[in-house]
Design a protein around this ligand. Structure first.
Ligand code: GAP
Length: 449
């Protein structure tokens, strides 16, 4: 399967099976926005939950935050975003379409499109375009305040540094984690959900003593930690790599920056970044707010402004990469020459953990037993119910959305002695009989791997 073709197939599958739809589609859409349907919502929730467990609950001295999206506009002056959150913009003089000057793939495609029509093309000189999204807040026309929808979720954490110190008394090094929406007026949204204008981020800001060797150790620890998150969720390690940013690529706040990249159908591209932000954020907010944002080390009695090592991941990019990694088309050996589409998602990410079927829907005793098992499992997992078509079609349908197990209730299940069901594994397609009482722990085990 050609790789670009794979992206198109995933876009189609996401629409067909209720994962992701174009935003406001019935009105012709809104470029760079996407709506998550029932299965996409579950997948996204599972991804965020896995990140939170891994980065917050499983680690010591890490606390959660949930700051407002709307903030005092001074925040964005202090953070440097009003001045420096820019991308280089160029305009095609032939058709006035605008592009990012640093994205050669987009430019090449556009030049090729004009060349096909035998049109000569000229570009304007690059100019810096600020990608913060503005909104108006207030109820009196003419007196409304211009605010910004946050361009990164980070600042909501740093402006609460003092509140966290005063309420939680954390011992340095400590981390503040947050997941939430961010907005960017991207010049060219593209590649499905890869570059959107509204997206979510999952970030951990770790505050360390202002010491280069401590900061380097934390930076390396974070690189390893973040890579292992992808591997732990089953991502192919050959598709992942680190790339260090060149000095002229780094954001205005970064002293050092490394990306984790994934090999996408359009080449290696960013999944997330690990950044050494130094004391940029706290010092600037201290300067602009007039507040003391230093830390008093209770052990040494030293007072200092901590440095920050940040891990900043989108939600949508990893989500897309997990879909790309999981998507397979393969021959179904149980059917002559037929092929199946299967999403080999880690059970933790799969929207449904298991599907339950009665073998025949016109046999009330089978349906009743299957409903009983379905309801019991539903207390613990997200479970699908399906009684349409034949069993083969139901397997096909569940494979395509990544359900790791299918449980079929048949006449043997009704035998008093037996009380067993068939459980079929999505990836191996093997079926085995297990007792109904073992089902919960069987599925639970797959989630713990
Ligand atoms: N706080 C640091 C920060 O925001 P970033 O490299 O600009 O750093 C972090 O963004 C991550 O957010 C990216 O690695 C990517 O996963 C995601 N991201 C950034 N812009 C995005 C966009 N337009 N659409 C989808 N995800 C985006």
């Amino acid at each position: 399967m050609a790789e670009q073709n794979k992206l198109e197939k995933i876009v189609a599958l996401c629409k067909r099976r209720g994962f992701i739809f174009p935003g406001s589609e019935i009105y012709g859409g809104l470029r760079g926005t996407w709506d998550y349907g029932p299965l996409g919502t579950e997948l996204k929730f599972n991804l965020k939950q896995s990140w939170w467990e891994y980065m917050v609950h499983n680690r010591e001295n890490v606390f959660g935050m949930n700051a407002s999206i709307l903030m005092n506009p001074k925040v964005w002056e202090a953070s440097g975003h009003v001045e420096s959150f820019t991308d280089p913009l160029i305009e095609c003089k032939t058709c006035n379409e605008r592009f990012r000057a640093d994205k050669s793939e987009d430019i090449r495609e556009h030049e090729e499109a004009h060349a096909k029509k035998k049109e000569k093309i000229e570009w304007t000189e690059p100019k810096q375009f600020n990608i913060l999204v503005e909104a108006k807040l207030g109820v009196v026309e003419g007196e409304k305040t211009t605010v910004f929808l946050r361009g990164e979720i980070t600042q909501g954490v740093h402006v609460n540094f003092k509140n966290i110190i005063d309420s939680m008394h954390p011992k340095i090094p400590f981390g503040l984690a947050q997941i939430g929406k961010a907005f960017r007026n991207e010049i060219t949204p593209r590649n499905f959900i890869f570059r959107s204008r509204e997206f979510e981020q999952m970030e951990l800001q770790t505050y360390v003593k202002p010491d280069e060797s401590i900061a380097t150790d934390m930076f390396n620890e974070m690189k390893e930690l973040r890579l292992n998150w992808y591997l732990g969720l089953g991502m192919n390690k050959d598709k992942l790599r680190f790339r260090e940013h060149e000095p002229d690529e780094r954001a205005h706040y970064a002293r050092a920056a490394w990306d984790i990249e994934y090999e996408t159908p359009w080449g290696w591209d960013e999944a997330e970044g690990i950044h050494h932000r130094g004391d940029w954020d706290l010092s600037r907010h201290a300067q602009f707010s007039g507040q003391d944002l230093s830390y008093l080390d209770p052990e040494t009695n030293e007072r200092f402004v901590p440095w920050v090592i940040e891990t900043s991941a989108g939600v949508e990019r990893p989500l897309l990469y997990f879909l790309l990694d999981a998507y397979c088309e393969e021959k179904d050996p149980t059917k002559d020459g037929a092929s199946r589409i299967v999403l080999k998602l880690h059970p933790k990410l799969a929207p449904y953990k298991v599907a339950v079927f009665p073998l025949l829907k016109n046999k009330p005793e089978l349906v009743e037993k299957a409903r009983e098992i379905y309801k019991e499992l539903k207390k613990h997992f997200n479970v699908a119910w399906d009684d349409r078509g034949n069993i083969g079609k139901r397997y096909f349908s569940q494979d395509e959305i990544g359900t790791p197990y299918c449980v079929t209730v048949d006449f043997d299940t009704l035998e008093k002695e037996g009380d067993t069901v068939t459980i079929r594994d999505r990836d191996t397609m093997k079926q085995e009989r297990i007792s109904v009482s073992e089902l919960k722990s069987f599925i639970q085990k797959s989630l713990e791997q």
